[in-house]
Each structure stands twice: as C-alpha cells, then as structure tokens.
Design a protein around this ligand. Structure first.
Ligand code: KG4
Ligand code: ZN
Length: 345
C-alpha cells in the first residue's frame, strides 16, 4: 500500500510517500520546503504570505516526493491530509490540493489531525504495541498538550497550556534577544555554550509546576524574561553572556515543567510508555533530561521520541496518521473540511 501525506498547517510544505508492506513501514520519500527564510524578517509566520508560498511550492514538492520515491501518481492508494489545527488559509491549500489529486485518481482521502500525527510518527520505530496505556506529550509552536493514550485513536486530554505554547515562548524570547525565527533551535544552540565565572545571575519561574493538575502556562515565563531584560543596561542586554544565560534558564524552565507534569501523569495512570512529539521535542537537552529522569523515576517505562529532523512539521507524520485511520477515509471528497482549531479529543 502506498500512502501520500500532505502537510501545510503552518510554514512547512511537506509531502511524503510511505509504503506499508505486511504492516511494516517503508519511508520512500519525505520532502519539506521550509518557509523559514521568508518569515524570518517578520519574526514569525505571516499567514497570507505562508498561504501564497504553499500554493507555489506544493505542486513542486508533490512531484519531487513522487520522483524521489520512484513511483507514478496512479500507484498511490491513499491520500492523507492535515485538516487542522493550524493556520486556516494554509490548511485550505493542502486540503484543496489533496482533494484534486484524490478526485483525479479516484482514490480515498483521509483527513488527519496534525497534533495526533506528531505523536503517531513515533510508530515508525515502535515495533510491538505493549506500550499502552501511554502518556503522550505534544509540544509544538501553537500547542502544548498532555494526553492519556489507551491505544491509537483513543485519547483523554489530561491538560494543556492555558496561554502560550512552549514553542511560542521560545520564539518570543528569541525575538526579544534578537536571535531570529524560529526561536527554539536558536535558544538550543546558545544554551549549549558554557559560561565560566558568570557575572550575571538569571532566575526564571517554573510556571504551574507545583499545581496539582496537568495544565501549563508559558506566557508568564516569556514575561519574566521581558522584565529581566528591561531592568538590564543596554550593554548587558546585548552581551553574549546575558543571551547565553537567558537561553539556558528559559530552556531549563520549560524542560522542568514539561518533565514534572509528564512523569506525574505517568505515575498516576501507571503508563507503560511516554510518547513525545512536536517541534520543541527536537531539543536535545529536553530529550536527554526526559530519558534520564524517566530512568530514575520510572525505570520500567519506555520513552519514545521521533528522530530530531522529523520533530518539526513534515508529510511523513501525516502519512502515518492517515494509514492508522484509513478505515475512516472517504471518496466523498466534499465532506472534508478544514478546522483551524481541531481538537485531538
Ligand atoms: O511542530 P512544529 O514544527 O510546528 C507546529 O506545529 O507549531 O513546531 C514548531 C516549534 C517552534 O516554536 C520552534 O521554535 C520549535 O518548535 N522548535 C524547537 C526546536 N526546533 C523547533 N524548540 C526547541 N528546540 C528545538 N531544537
Ligand atoms: Zn507541528
């Protein structure tokens, strides 16, 4: 079976070809055209510009993905497309394109949830399914959500951010420090530097870490960075030492809160595994500390992360999610709609 996944929820145009042979996944191609350079000058994603770029790039990315996979259009069995959550104008570009291709080939189309897809991508490497119940944590640019996962398709939301997502917090702090967009990779890079005999001390809050729930709040963390920034003289604000210390502390604050809530949920629900996904999960320090802490506090629990380069948006995760939900696919193409605020459950 050949599944094509199409992703246009934000600023990456992605198309992947996934082959499934006796329940084994074979990645044939995964092409992503990033718009990062275009949005960099605005310090964030500009939706109408993103839509224009998706329109221009999607047919090219689609062709390239087929060529790299060495398949012809008529060999495709299923088209999978992300219908939300995301930026509405961008989502329509992917959905309309997917409908056109599916109609032309007279093959089924499946609508998938972008956040669930971030999690399901891990099943590329998960070989046996004795991993449930699992705790799933999605940390992306627009969302931070924690779920109890009984099996694929059966989720209970345990908590989510009450304001900004962790990714947004990184993006905004990076902007304040003049590090460019996207902020997460820039913060991660800076936080790797060592500072010997630091003259400055920066302490940021760990929002909601002590609260007995699974919700998050990262807007206050961003504001705490802003207050610290404003009270510093200009020469300090612009110094490399200051930027490194802020990057280290903001990254650690996010890591502390995510790990604390994730492991508490694992304990409460006796989860056999923890499955992570979303752009922020590309952070190596987060991955390292998650694995260390889980080993200490829940040695029996397995921890799954996608490969670093697959954490940010791509067509492969959409193809994976489409395959798992193929029974809900349809040839009634017009029933498929975009939902910018689509929920996993
Ligand atoms: O999943 P994603 O590509 O798009 C959304 O679904 O939103 O996530 C993008 C987010 C951005 O906020 C970006 O700054 C963050 O993921 N990000 C990272 C890293 N790479 C991307 N955050 C921390 N460390 C990284 N290495
Ligand atoms: Zn995403």
């Amino acid at each position: 079976m050949l599944v094509v996944g199409i992703e246009t929820t934000c600023d990456e145009t992605g198309v992947a070809v996934l082959q499934i042979k006796s329940k084994r996944f074979l990645l044939k191609s995964n092409v992503v055209a990033s718009q990062v350079k275009i949005h960099k000058k605005y310090g964030g994603v500009f939706p109408t510009l993103a839509k224009r770029e998706h329109k221009k790039n999607l047919p090219i990315v689609f062709k390239k993905a087929l060529k790299e996979a060495n398949i012809r259009e008529k060999e495709i069995d299923l088209i999978s497309v992300a219908v939300g959550p995301g930026l509405e104008p961008c989502l329509w570009v992917g959905v309309n394109f997917a409908k056109d291709v599916a109609k032309k080939l007279n093959i089924p189309l499946i609508a998938v949830n972008h956040l669930e897809a971030h999690i399901l991508l891990n099943f590329l490497y998960i070989k046996n399914f004795d991993i449930f119940p699992a705790i799933a944590l999605v940390v992306a640019g627009g969302h931070t959500q924690l779920f109890l996962m009984e099996t694929i398709g059966k989720y209970t939301l345990l908590g989510e951010t009450r304001d900004d997502s962790a990714g947004e917090c990184f993006d905004k702090v990076a902007r304040l420090l003049g590090l460019g967009y996207p902020g997460g990779p820039a913060i991660e890079k800076l936080a790797r530097f060592k500072v010997k005999n630091a003259k400055l001390k920066i302490t940021l809050p760990r929002p909601m870490i002590k609260q007995n729930n699974y919700d998050f709040s990262f807007a206050g963390l961003k504001t705490a960075v802003l207050y610290d920034f404003l009270k510093r003289p200009e020469n300090v604000r612009k110094s490399k030492e200051y930027k490194i210390l802020v990057a280290k502390e903001v990254q650690q604050a996010v890591i502390d809160v995510l790990i604390s809530k994730m492991l508490r949920a694992q304990d409460e629900f006796g989860a056999a595994s923890i499955i992570l996904g979303g752009g922020v999960v590309a952070n190596d320090e987060l991955k390292k500390q998650c694995i260390q802490q889980a080993k200490l506090r829940a040695p029996e629990c397995k921890v799954f992360f996608p490969k670093k380069e697959l954490c940010t948006d791509n067509g492969l995760m959409i193809a994976m999610a489409g395959y798992f939900h193929k029974d809900k696919s349809t040839r009634d193409y017009d029933t498929i709609k975009v939902d910018a605020n689509l929920r996993v459950c």
